[in-house]
Design a protein around this ligand. Structure first.
Ligand code: 5RP
Length: 231
């Protein structure tokens, strides 16, 4: 017997299924990472089983690759298709200007590469991910070169953040790109995400940040009443 889905999972599934319906014949599709993206992957696999033909899908993480491949979604990569027709992924926080914090699942670098290679970036989430200001609920993940962790943490702390090196089972979490993640908490929230993103990119050894600014085409929010689409 399968356990009943929580309301939040139902909302994620609604958003994932609505986004899968945006995928058309012959498209190259980028697949995000996380529990909401997993509903998209399942819905896309079902559409393919029913006859939809896509050129291929590019995964934003090894975990998503494995899941999609196991569900018989034809997989490809950015060397074969350097431009994606659509990239669909979840988010940790979404502000009213459709700026995001991403990376709680640790896949932010590949996610940002796929988002920037896509003609259209569609975000899927349940309604709990909407915030008035970024940084209040989730720390900002920053992917870094491991040997520079201490000087980078010092410099980011001077920007007002409290820093934790992400761990998994008491050892540092290693990304798919063999880097570390610093989870950076800004106690006052993030007032100017674009400025903070630029400051972080100025620190040598920072590979990428979880701030996604001016990248989003559309947000699909699943909630108790169904789905809402922004803008
Ligand atoms: C992974 C991500 C995810 O998209 C984000 O964490 C949302 O995950 P979920 O859908 O499980 O809430 O950025 O790096």
């Amino acid at each position: 017997m399968t356990a009943p889905m929580s309301p939040q999972d139902t909302w994620k599934q609604r958003a994932g299924s609505a986004a899968a319906d945006l995928i058309e014949e012959g498209m190259v599709v980028g697949l995000g990472t996380g529990s909401t993206a997993a509903y998209l992957v399942r819905a896309l696999a079902q559409r393919i089983q029913q006859g939809l033909q896509i050129k291929g899908a590019v995964a934003s993480s090894l975990a998503t690759y494995e899941m999609a491949n196991n569900l018989n979604i034809p997989m490809t990569d950015l060397d074969d298709y350097p431009e994606l027709d659509i990239y669909i992924d979840g988010a940790d926080e979404i502000d009213p200007q459709l700026r995001l914090i991403k990376g709680a699942g640790g896949a932010l670098l590949r996610e940002k590469i796929l988002a920037s290679a896509a003609r259209r970036f569609v975000v899927i989430a349940d309604s709990s991910k909407k915030v008035t200001q970024l940084g209040h609920r989730y720390p900002l993940p920053v992917e870094i070169i491991p040997l520079a962790k201490t000087p980078i943490a010092l410099q980011i702390s001077r920007l007002g953040a409290q820093i934790q090196i992400r761990h998994n089972n008491n050892i540092p979490f290693i990304t798919d790109n063999h880097n570390y993640i610093l989870d950076c908490t800004f106690p006052q929230g993030i007032g100017d995400p674009a400025q903070l993103d630029a400051q972080l990119h100025n620190i040598v050894g920072v590979v990428e940040t979880g701030l996604f600014i001016h990248m989003v085409s559309q947000v699909i929010i699943g909630g108790p009443e169904g789905v809402q689409v922004f803008p």
